[in-house]
Design a protein around this ligand. Structure first.
Ligand SMILES: Nc1ncnc2c1ncn2[C@@H]1O[C@H](COP(=O)(O)OP(=O)(O)OP(=O)(O)O)[C@@H](O)[C@H]1O
Ligand SMILES: [Mg+2]
Length: 235
């Protein structure tokens, strides 16, 4: 099994003088899936960018298993086994589906074996590997973004609102792909979402972020989890 532990300890970060994330600590165990929920502008993307090293930490530390990744560049964080499906479009639209998928591989010879796994969860790409990514529909591009992360066989995947604007059948497909990934590879997931049913379906636990602080947390399968989350998202 692949999964690694991700641990944030008292992370504070933001943009230049502005503090967005305030003293956030949590741990995602190896193979566990944690949903990070919260309304628009609460700091979810900022937190993922901080973990990835796109934003400097003003305070605190990030550990993967026993390794300190607090000060690593995004490239090195990826190398440490963390894949990131960003909220903003991050595909190379002028490149083929195949070239997008092989982007994170250390060597091309890994492609066939890795893609064989992807094919079963996203059959939409079979026989279309030469097609330009830019010609895919919005939903297909989101699936490609997830597929690219899976191709890296990461130990941790960070997903930023991957279901945003997608129709139910595509959301189902992505949920199935992530559950498959957990089952087969034991990958650790950190899922930023506004789609609460999707998040609770895939995750074991959830956190609600409000103005950059953890305001509530619980077990995704607990009776009343949905109601409690909506109460926190309403105000
Ligand atoms: N590049 C930036 N420079 C300065 N402030 C920023 C920057 N990007 C985001 N912010 C601010 O940081 C705060 C948190 O934004 P963030 O994008 O992390 O929220 P979010 O929870 O991901 O929201 P959404 O659900 O809408 O994606 C917001 O107040 C936002 O305006
Ligand atoms: Mg965001």
């Amino acid at each position: 099994m692949n999964g690694a532990t991700l641990q944030l300890d008292r992370i504070t970060s933001g943009y230049r003088a502005s503090v967005v994330i305030r003293d956030v600590s949590f741990k995602v165990a190896a193979g566990e899936a944690l949903a990070l929920l919260g309304k628009n502008g609460m700091g979810k993307t900022t937190l993922l960018k901080t973990i990835m090293g796109y934003l400097p930490k003003k305070q605190g530390s990030v550990q993967v298993n026993d390794g300190d990744i607090t000060r690593l560049s995004p490239h090195r964080v990826a190398h440490a086994g963390i894949a990131y499906a960003a909220q903003e479009k991050a595909l190379f639209t002028e490149l083929s589906i195949r070239d997008n998928l092989r982007m994170g591989l250390e060597k091309d010879s890994l492609f066939d074996e890795r893609f064989a796994d992807i094919e079963t969860v996203f059959p939409v790409f079979n026989a279309r590997l030469k097609q330009y990514a830019g010609t895919l529909s919005g939903g297909e591009q989101k699936m490609l973004l997830v597929a690219r992360a899976l191709m890296m066989r990461p130990s941790i995947i960070l997903l930023d609102e991957i279901t945003e604007g997608l129709q139910p059948s595509v959301i189902e497909r992505i949920a199935a792909a992530l559950l498959h990934e957990r089952q087969v590879h034991g990958t650790t997931l950190l899922i930023v979402e506004q789609n609460v049913p999707f998040a609770l379906k895939v995750a074991d636990r959830y956190l609600v972020l409000k103005q950059g602080e953890i305001e509530e947390q619980g077990d995704a399968n607990a009776a009343g989890a949905t109601e409690s989350i909506f109460n926190h998202l309403r105000v």
